[in-house]
Design a protein around this ligand. Structure first.
Ligand code: AMP
Length: 136
């Protein structure tokens, strides 16, 4: 399969690995938001969060917590974003499910979601919540 992360997992392409267990590998993003930005990648190829089985979906947050703490300590940052892009519309470029651990500084002035809308009314907000609840 022509997947860059599968090639990294197979050892065919270099990565700067920071962590590995039975389910995941974590390595530095080659184009970091800040240097030390980590990607946590399931060893099996899943496309995105929707395609990821519960076993990996549940386990990945534990790894994210561990790595976030380590990045916080190693970088002396002030905060961490845990991000997953799912599908091209959300900015996904590598279609092998992964989490970004992005460390942040008080004055780094980055905004991942700079455009916020407002609901017209509480009714509209309630209708939206109902739609999501029905879909669950
Ligand atoms: P996403 O947009 O969520 O799919 O993020 C994919 C990320 O993978 C990007 O931030 C890339 O910089 C990163 N990336 C792509 N190729 C490599 C690579 N060979 N080694 C490390 N990170 C990579």
């Amino acid at each position: 399969m022509d997947c860059i992360f599968c090639k990294i997992i197979a050892g065919d392409i270099h990565c700067s690995k920071v962590y590995e267990d039975a389910l995941f590998i974590a390595f530095l993003d080659i184009r970091p938001v800040h240097k030390g930005h980590v990607l946590i990648v399931p060893k099996k190829h899943f496309l995105n969060v929707f395609d990821t089985p519960d076993e990996e979906a549940e386990a990945i947050y534990k790894v994210a917590k561990k790595i976030s703490g380590a990045v916080m300590k190693a970088s002396g940052c002030d905060g961490i974003n845990i991000v997953q892009n799912n599908n091209a519309a959300a900015g996904q470029e590598v279609f092998h499910s992964h989490l970004h651990i992005i460390h942040r500084y008080d004055n780094d002035k980055l905004r991942f979601a700079s455009i916020h809308k407002e609901y017209d009314s509480l009714d509209e907000m309630g209708e939206m919540a109902e739609k999501v609840k029905e879909a669950l």
